[in-house]
Design a protein around this ligand. Structure first.
Ligand code: GDP
Length: 455
């Protein structure tokens, strides 16, 4: 365990509340905390057992400013792995700041965002995937994201990756034994068997890589564009989709004009609906302009919901929409709207098609299930299946997979096991990156900077 300089921060949200918690951690933090907290029993904090809480006075410059509870955690049995004291005081804004100031005046430095968690990672209390899942728990916008993040903080992804690493290590040992002593029957492992084992590993790595499709849909959300000619019902479809769950509206700055993004939780997945302001305005626009605007979003979208007015035959504008959508790499669902009037069109398109009425809501359960099933298998169980949740993990797993593929090729070619060994090592190293072993400080800094101060 490493112990770093003592740091302090308010760990509860800024504002008025029943209580607030000031967290103190680092070298000598229990002794330093004695300057700001005196138990009523007059016992010294240094004498309090690890994991125990004591009631007492909170001081600033030796004067009592509040009473509260101090919980003492001794290294390594604390969140950070260092000596830690957590002081709970009454939750007033000014009062809490005063307690923090008292800590800063007593020798603590103000903690940076995520610094407690970073120390937990550096002290081996938490892997990088677990740290990232903690951000997922804090930032969760859906119950599904909470469930997924909880399974990762429980070690499901870490254990899955460790298991793969162990298997590669074993395979490596066999490959090297074969290279070093090709004529001696040291390992009992034939090239055929090595190949079989590598194939099995590749299969498992593949599953891990593929899990990102679901993990991303749940964790980050799918960038979704709703397109279609004016009056097809885009805005009505959007409103119905948002009606499923509370909508979270955020402005995305930095584009030519601010665009509005709304979040809809559809079944197990989260949709990020891009430029919804544009959709809502578009029915007033000249037809051509409306189409251009709605189609401009296509390049960024990962899922396109193409809306057609089912009460009138397909026209030139619809065909233009289809043509443009076909050119995109995104997943596409064609929505034939206005089924309450009649269904007057034959859509001959290579996409999934669903018929709905944004007016009375019919067909929306089917649409919702279609979207959910597109990304997350109904049977996916987060408690047993490791799932990747961000681009960093995905890139590392993809690299591991590519290296395994080339190791397998080397094994199959029959005479270059040393190359296979090299590739297996690179694959192992890429897998280890998922959990933060061999990742650069720059990357860990970037990850922990996403945490709030006090976490
Ligand atoms: P947008 O221009 O594509 O966004 O289309 P809107 O959502 O603004 O809808 C255009 C018109 O069609 C409005 O008058 C809506 O009330 C109507 N509309 C939308 N969906 C339905 C539907 O499912 N059934 C019926 N009967 N009318 C609809």
């Amino acid at each position: 365990m490493q112990s770093f300089e003592p740091i302090a921060a308010i760990s509860t949200p800024y504002g008025r509340g029943g209580i607030a918690v000031i967290r103190l951690s680092g070298e000598g933090s229990i002794t330093l905390a004695e300057k700001i907290f005196v138990p009523k029993s007059k016992k010294h904090l240094s004498d309090v057992e690890s994991g125990y809480a004591v009631y007492g006075d909170i001081l600033r410059n030796g004067k009592r400013i509040d009473d509260g509870i101090a919980t003492v955690f001794r290294a390594p049995r604390s969140f950070t792995g260092e000596d830690t004291v957590e002081i709970s005081c009454h939750g007033g804004i000014l009062l809490t700041e005063n307690v923090l100031t008292s800590a800063l005046e007593s020798g603590f430095r103000l903690a940076l965002g995520g610094e407690f968690s970073k120390r937990a990672f550096l002290n081996g209390k938490m892997s990088l995937t677990e740290a990232e899942a903690v951000i997922g728990l804090i930032d969760a916008e859906s119950d599904e994201q909470l469930r997924l993040s909880a399974s990762i903080t429980n070690g499901v992804l870490k254990n899955g990756v460790n298991k793969l690493c162990d298997e590669i290590t074993e395979l490596l040992a066999s490959v090297y034994a074969y290279i070093d002593y090709p004529d001696e029957d040291l390992t009992d492992v034939s090239i055929e068997e090595l190949t079989l084992r590598a194939e099995k590993l590749l299969d498992e790595t593949n599953k891990l890589v593929s899990s990102y499709r679901s993990g991303k849909a749940v964790n980050d959300g799918i960038k979704t564009a709703i397109v279609g000619k004016p009056n097809a019902g885009k805005s009505s479809v959007l409103n119905r989709l948002l009606g499923y769950d509370r909508a979270i509206v955020t402005s995305v700055a930095g584009t030519t004009r601010d665009t509005v993004e709304e979040t809809a939780v559809i079944g197990r997945v989260t949709l990020r609906l891009c430029d919804t302001a544009g959709i809502r305005e578009s029915s007033d626009e000249v037809e051509r302009l409306g189409i251009e605007r709605s189609i401009g979003k296509l390049n960024e979208a990962e899922l396109i919901l193409a809306v057609f007015d089912g009460s009138s035959p397909l026209d030139e504008l619809d065909r233009e929409v289809i043509e443009r959508v076909m050119k995109s790499d995104a997943e596409v669902i064609a929505i034939v709207n206005k089924s309450d009037i009649c269904s007057n069109i034959e859509l001959n398109v290579p996409f999934r098609v669903v018929t709905v009425s944004a007016l009375d809501g019919s067909g929306f359960d089917e649409l919702k299930k279609m979207i959910s099933d597109l990304y997350v298998d109904e049977k996916l169980n987060y408690d047993t299946t490791p799932v990747l949740t961000n681009a960093r993990q995905f890139a590392a797993a993809t690299e591991a997979k590519a290296r395994l593929e080339s190791a397998l090729q080397a094994l199959k070619s029959g005479f270059t096991q040393d190359i296979a060994g090299m590739d297996l090592e690179l694959s192992l190293s890429a897998l280890r990156e998922i959990d933060g072993r061999n990742v650069s400080e720059e990357i860990t800094d970037r990850i922990f900077s996403r945490f709030c101060v006090g976490k």
